[in-house]
Design a protein around this ligand. Structure first.
Ligand code: ADP
Ligand code: MG
Length: 569
């Protein structure tokens, strides 16, 4: 019988490992930056082209490698970081599997230049796992790894890469996360020749967090520090009043090692209980510490996940730490309750908008021609309008009582207006004197990319700003109390989550989503003039009595019905 089992050649084994270790350019960036940090670098520079698809280069001023080590480093399971499995317990270095360099080199055109003494250096070129040559050259102490044409020899894998912006974001996040773990190390990230992230060495952990997450977000955080059982949880969580449905950041560490764990994020959210609105997602920066034997860091090829011996204990510790931190600020909550969210934090300052007065025209503008469906018989002598519960507009005609839902009516009005104007070239927008920046998730950024044309047609002028940031230069102005920032967040979140499905036409779906988010809300006080403008425009719509969800925007009570109920008929 012929033998059926064979040992795979190293090159094949490396390519298979590469499939797990190097999923996308961002994972190669992560591995290479981790190596630089493990080598004790004080400066790390990362260069990317085309989201890392064409070029990734990571340079450091760490300990470097001598010639023999450099050659050995490209072998599978070659590592300087552990000698036996026992060393894994309590390991402090990022690396220990000895897989990253050979894996990356097996699926790219790879070059390693390194020097241990800052004098004599070694250059090794590898193409698709095959060593092209080893040369001597002069180099300062440290290491540079250059990766070109990632996955050039594994077309199936290459096909799975996402868009350049999406890969860029993943790589940016990998660098940002590692920059948070080592505030004493300086980092530079250059994307297609432009500097996208630059943090100096010797920062304090707080300074580093502010530099990476931005001052605006960091201002909304409170500290937490709580020990439960075998865990201690420190870090920062967002004030409940500042949590929003989108744009959250989360970062978890276990014994200083970044990791992902949706269950712990959920445990933290459980700690908020009813302190936040149901759809809001608070930003979290949580550092867990526990005895080394309590956690296994070698359960994931890319080391992104860990296993806890006492998972419930970890979850309980996080939940309680969050609750304890929120309890400490309970007194402050009284202050927030007095702050009107729509007036303060969630509002674009009207003074920022040029010609803000122009938006008043929206409510004043009379429709060009009332449609036949108009239910108001005589617009020139309209009945008195009353606002009920800050939500409904009420009036009486000779033969009926009418209640209009202000939000759904405005939704209908905006929807029709947007449909017409999008098709005929777009809505006018207001340029902001002070552009503002918003953060989004990957899915949301993809929604922004794929709806870019429509978003600009309704009057938002947005520009990608590296990482997950988007700068907003101009906004639409559908009504005086319009909160542009909130509207854009909600609109993008809806698009990303596929809400408002069921519209056959993409443009209609977009218009409906925008209309819902931009419309005045229930609970907003309207002036008589605003009510009149809204009612007038509602009756100019093609389909007044229903909002874009098909719900009634108007309820009528015929006079006859009243008379019947009072026994007059
Ligand atoms: N930037 C670097 N500076 C110094 N040594 C490095 C660098 N990158 C890799 N090495 C060496 O190469 C070895 C293999 O790296 P890698 O394949 O990433 O495995 P691991 O990090 O798990 O040990 C490392 O253990 C280290 O000794
Ligand atoms: Mg490594």
């Amino acid at each position: 019988m012929p033998r059926r089992i064979a040992i795979l050649p190293d090159a094949v084994a490396d390519q298979i490992a590469a499939g797990e270790v190097v999923e996308r350019p961002g994972s190669a960036v992560k591995e290479l930056v981790e190596n630089a940090l493990d080598a004790g670098a004080l400066h790390v520079r990362v260069d990317l082209e085309q989201g890392g698809k064409t070029l990734i280069e990571v340079s450091d001023d760490g300990c470097g490698m001598g010639r023999e080590d450099a050659v050995l480093a490209l072998d599978r399971h070659a590592t300087s970081k552990i000698r036996s499995a026992a060393d894994l317990v309590g390991i402090r270095s990022f690396g220990f599997r000895g897989e990253a360099l050979p894996a990356i080199a097996s699926v790219s055109r790879f070059r390693l230049v390194t020097s241990e003494d800052g004098n004599e250096g070694t250059e090794i070129g590898v193409t698709g796992g095959r060593v092209d040559g080893v040369k001597s050259l002069a180099r300062q102490r440290g290491t540079t790894v250059t990766v070109r044409g990632l996955f050039f020899n594994t077309p199936a894998r290459r096909k799975f890469l996402r868009s350049v912006p999406s890969e860029t974001r993943a790589a940016h996040d990998a660098v940002a996360t590692l920059a948070l773990t080592h505030p004493e190390v300086g980092f530079e990230l250059h994307i297609d020749g432009r500097s996208r992230l630059m943090v100096p060495p010797d920062q304090s952990p707080d300074e580093r967090l502010a530099a990476i997450w931005g001052h605006d977000l960091v201002k909304t955080l409170i500290t937490l520090d709580h020990a439960v059982g075998s865990f201690r949880v420190t870090g920062f969580i967002q004030r409940p009043g500042d949590a929003a449905p989108t744009g959250r950041r989360t970062q978890l560490f276990i014994n200083d090692r970044p990791f992902r764990d949706p269950f712990l994020v959920r445990a933290a959210e459980a700690g908020y209980r009813s302190a936040i609105h149901p759809g809001d997602r608070p930003s979290l920066f949580l550092k867990l510490e526990t005895a080394p034997g309590e956690v296994d860091v070698n359960v994931h090829p890319a080391k992104l996940e860990v296993r806890f011996r006492d998972r419930l204990g970890a979850e309980r510790a996080v939940e309680e730490a969050v609750r304890e931190a929120l309890g400490r600020i309970a007194a402050a909550a009284v202050v927030w309750a007095n702050v009107d969210r729509t007036d303060e934090s969630f509002r674009t300052d009207r003074a920022d908008i040029e010609g803000a007065d122009g938006v008043l025209a929206f409510f004043e503008g009379a429709p060009s021609a009332p449609s036949e469906l108009s239910l108001l018989t005589d617009l020139s002598a309209p009945p008195a309008l009353t606002q009920l519960f800050n939500t409904y507009i009420f009036y009486a005609e000779s033969d009926r009582l009418v209640l209009i839902d202000q939000h759904s009516a405005h939704e209908r009005v905006l929807y029709e207006e947007v449909m017409t104007r999008i098709q005929s070239g777009g809505l006018p927008s207001q340029r902001l004197l002070l552009p503002f920046t918003l953060e989004f998730t990957d899915e949301e950024l993809e929604a922004i990319e794929s709806h870019g044309e429509q978003i600009s047609r309704i009057g938002f002028e947005v520009e990608a700003f590296g990482g997950r940031s988007v700068v907003v230069h101009a906004v639409p102005a559908p009504h005086p109390r319009f909160d542009a920032e909130r509207c854009l967040r909600e609109l993008v979140s809806d698009l990303a989550r596929g809400r408002f499905g069921g519209w056959a036409n993409r443009l209609e779906r977009f218009a409906a989503t925008y209309a819902c988010r931009a419309a005045i809300k229930a609970g907003e006080v309207l002036t008589e003039q605003e009510m009149r403008g809204l009612v007038t425009r509602l009756f100019a719509c093609a389909l007044p009595p229903h909002d874009v969800h098909g719900r009634a925007s108007m309820v009528q009570l015929p006079r006859e019905e009243l008379e019947r109920r009072f026994g007059r008929r």
